[in-house]
Structure formats: structure tokens, C-alpha cells
Design a protein around this ligand. Sequence first.
Ligand code: PBG
Length: 326
Amino acid sequence: MLRRPRRNRQSAAIRDMVQENTLSVKDLIYPMFVMEGQNVRSEVKSMPGIARFSLDLLLEEIQECVDLGIQAIALFPNLPEERKDKYATESQNPQGLYLHAVSEIKSRFPELALMTDVAMDPYSSDGHDGIVHEGPNGIEILNDETLEVLGNMAVAQARAGADIVGPSDMMDGRVGYIRERLDAEGFKKTGIMAYSAKYASAFYGPFRDALDSAPRFGDKKTYQMNPANSREALIEAELDLAEGADFLMVKPALAYLDIIKLLSDNFDLPIAAYNVSGEYAMIKAAAQNGWLDGQRAMLEAVTAMKRAGAKVILTYFAKEIATLNK
Ligand code: PBG
């Protein structure tokens, strides 16, 4: 045999030398949850190790993350029901939980890359990402009317100190609309990470528990993509690129590695992957049952996202990975 691939696997030193992909904490964005109150740390039951924090404790938690080498976080708000309404009005309240948290975080951690979420669901009494309209033919999620809300949110978040806004809503035309609104208000440097190929997925369940944001009726299939499709991801990505996105994201990640690869083969913008709540919960649950080695499964899954072509990975494992690397 002339070719013996095992020669390159015979020792740790050689294996390390030929290793093609390496995870770095610098690739990771840590999604975090903020809630009202003081001195509150509220575990998300379906996400062992992940909690919602009141702002005071969140700032301490971020300090810990920064000390571990984490350089980027994505923030999501958990709002009490009474602050939610049909038009997500609270999303534009500069004194409200979210925008206040964003400005506090930015002033305490100016070096941190702070990403915000642009979508109505955490603030929506309907639990949808857009405005719900009950027309003669049933329930509809209005597209163009929602853009205005999203534009207002993005501008308010940029004003509060967001470095990157992340439209996770899947309305048509939102990246271009948000880009124009940001530029018009002088926020030319605020980046946009487009949730480009975001699928209508069962893997968002634990996140919706964390935010109490599950749709009150219906599902998200008229705006999020059909999990059976891949060519459609190219259309979404092309539009987001043309509309001024700075990153293209695929979400979820683990069941969509082919989509990550597809976008990374076809587009030169940095590709991001969102290793979502349900993917985190699966590994944690199996590990807690002793059914697999949680740490190895975590590293294998997240490395696979990188191998598929993701430059940036949003993952609830970020802190754990950073701790391992310390
Ligand atoms: C909604 C949003 C969702 C997530 C991020 N933003 C859920 C949804 O679309 O219902 C899910 C993230 C996760 O599961 O970790 N704008």
C-alpha cells in the first residue's frame, strides 16, 4: 500500500499538525438573557447551565465571560406579559429593560462586541415576529407594516450602543430597510448580522421557554423557512447580501450543516451559525442521563459547524468552551 492515511493519525503531535479546523473562543458569540428585577438569577429549566439574569447580576456574569476571553455576546430580553402588546411598543422604550441593559453593558464593557435582536416576538402579546392582522381570510403576519417597527427597534438599539443588530424576524426586505434607517440616523458603523436562512424549527423550544415568547396561536411557517428546502436559502442570502448585510447567518446549525456549507461556498461574507437552544438542550439532557460524554459531544458539534463553513458561531456553550480553553 502506497497510501496509508493512518500514518497521519499515529500520534497526538501529528494529528494536531494536520488538524484542519480549530475552535477559538474568538469565533463565538454567547447568547444571554436579561430580565427585570434585582439580584435575580433564574435558571431556564430546559437549558441546564443557562439562566436569565437581572441587569446587576448580568453585568457580573458578563465580567466573568470577558475574563474567560469571550469577546461577543448577543442579548435577548425576557419581558413580563404586561409589557407586551400587539405592536411591540416596549421594544422602543429607551428606559425599558432591554435598551437600558444595552446601554449599561456598552458603557461597562466598551470593548465587547454587543449584538442585539431585531424581531417583535419578545415584546409581542401575540408571540409573533411581525404584526398580526386578523383579516377575512384568517390570520396574517403583515410584512411591510412590520418593517417600520423593526427599523425603529434597530435605530433605538444602535443609539443604545449595539455594535451589530441581528434581524431574526424573516420579513422580506428588512435588511435593506434597516440599513437605510440606520444610515439616515447616522449609524453607518452599526453592522447587520442577517438571520438569512432561518428555518421554522422545533429546535427553538427551550428559547421560547426562556423568553415566554412562543406564538400564542398558529406557527411561524409563513415567514420562517421550510426545513425541507435548501435552494431557497440561496435566494434569502442573495437578497441579504444585496441589501447590505455584513454577516449571513444560518439557523439552526446542527441539522443544517449543508446550508452552512452552501452559503459558505457561494458567498464571501462571513457566515454565522446559530447553535440554537434545542441543540444545546439535546446534548445537555443526554449528558445528564449519562448517555453520552457531554463535553466531547459539545466540542464535536460546534467544530462541525466550523468545518461546514461557519466563521462565527452563536452558542450557549460559549462559556463552557471558554472555560475549557483557560
Ligand atoms: C425569534 C428568535 C428565536 C430564536 C432567536 N430569535 C425563536 C423563534 O424564532 O421563535 C431562537 C434561538 C434559540 O432557539 O436558541 N426572533
